[in-house]
Design a protein around this ligand. Structure first.
Ligand code: SAH
Length: 213
């Protein structure tokens, strides 16, 4: 058995090897115990660079993808950030020390409640979890400096693009749910939108409407 410290060190080295080099992002990931976002037998696998089940048929993302998405988002200390797809709350917890305020939306009420509890226990008090359909953004808190979507839509949702400030950045996977998707970075400028593809990824689909549970 490797010790907790050693496992954590290897975790950070693996993130670096996969291209997560931003120091603030690596620090946030080192300071955020992924095990508390997992249940039962999956807790023991928290430091593996794989997605894992979190209930309601959803998954916690692969840590290196969380790292690459967070890095691409270039979050500033004064930024107001929207996440669509709270899931376990892990991605929101990583954003918390980097941003001023994080709003995160989840269509499964049970997941939203659980994530809220874990984030509170970790003292990530600048994160607000909202159980709502996030496919149309969060108009009451718009506009946002940064938007991250952790479920795949076929195209970047136009209401999310509309809720992004000029100078803002949105990172999201696009493509059909049963195929390889593209991780996109969208930068909103005075003149329009610039698109950059970052990687091939696989995410659960962005689904409209609240879930039954
Ligand atoms: N960011 C998460 C991983 C999320 S998996 C983490 O760190 O654990 C994607 C999540 O998006 C799922 O929990 C799914 O229920 C949610 N989701 C899908 N469509 C949604 C929508 N329209 N609004 C809000 N959440 C949505």
């Amino acid at each position: 058995m490797v010790s907790e410290d050693e496992a954590r060190m290897q975790f950070v080295l693996a993130l670096r090897a996969r291209g997560v080099t931003d120091r603030a992002v690596l620090q946030a990931m080192e300071d955020t115990p992924r095990a508390v976002f997992l249940e039962g037998i999956f807790k023991a696998r928290a430091y593996e660079d794989v997605p894992l089940p979190i209930g309601s048929g959803q998954t916690i993302s692969q840590p290196s993808i969380v790292g690459l998405m967070t890095q691409a988002l270039q979050v500033g200390r004064r930024d107001k950030v929207l996440e669509v797809g709270t899931g376990s709350g892990y991605q929101a917890a990583i954003l918390s020390p980097l941003a001023r305020r994080v709003y995160t939306t989840e269509r499964h009420r049970g997941l939203a409640r659980q994530a809220e509890r874990v984030l509170r226990d970790l003292d990530r008090t600048n994160v607000t979890v909202i159980a709502t359909d996030g496919a149309f953004g969060l108009p009451e808190q718009a506009p946002f400096d940064r938007i991250i979507v952790t479920a795949a839509a076929e195209d970047p949702p136009s209401s999310l693009l509309a809720q992004l400030k000029v100078g803002g950045i949105m990172v999201l996977p696009v493509g059909q749910s049963d195929t390889v998707q593209t991780l996109l970075k969208v930068v909103k400028t005075e003149d329009g939108l610039d698109y950059h593809s970052l990687a091939e990824v696989r995410f659960v689909p962005l689904v409209e409407g609240m879930a039954e549970d």
